[in-house]
Write a new protein. Structure first.
Length: 115
């Protein structure tokens, strides 16, 4: 962290900084983070309001669709629900980061199955 500050002339605000360890089995995280003064959080977490675990967005879409499955809804009604609800779930995510193609394909599969 100091090297970053020295190189850029910027200071890191530790009261706003967090660390989430991912795939760190076999590492002594207490030793690695000994000098880190920020908060430690568990994964999944959010970054700039975005969930870093894309599975949550898929789970929300599945939940919405599951609630509609048994209902008698016309094809036009299904299209309207897909466009207004399910497609809107990842919109903010897509504007901020480029999600993996696999994530988008899975979301498309969910939408097509419902239609």
């Amino acid at each position: 962290m100091e090297a970053f500050g020295d190189a850029t002339g910027l200071r890191i605000n530790m009261t706003k900084s967090t660390v989430a360890t991912i795939r760190c089995a076999g590492l002594d995280m207490e030793e690695v983070l000994r000098e880190f003064l920020g908060a430690r959080v568990n994964f999944p977490t959010q970054y700039v309001g975005l969930p870093l675990n894309l599975g949550r967005i898929q789970d929300r879409a599945k939940g919405k669709i599951a609630g509609w499955q048994g209902k008698l809804i016309t094809v036009a009604g299904r299209k309207k629900l897909i466009r207004s609800v399910v497609t809107s779930l990842p919109v903010y995510l897509i504007t901020a980061i480029k999600p993996p193609k696999k994530f988008m394909k899975e979301l498309d599969k969910l939408r097509r199955r419902f239609l």
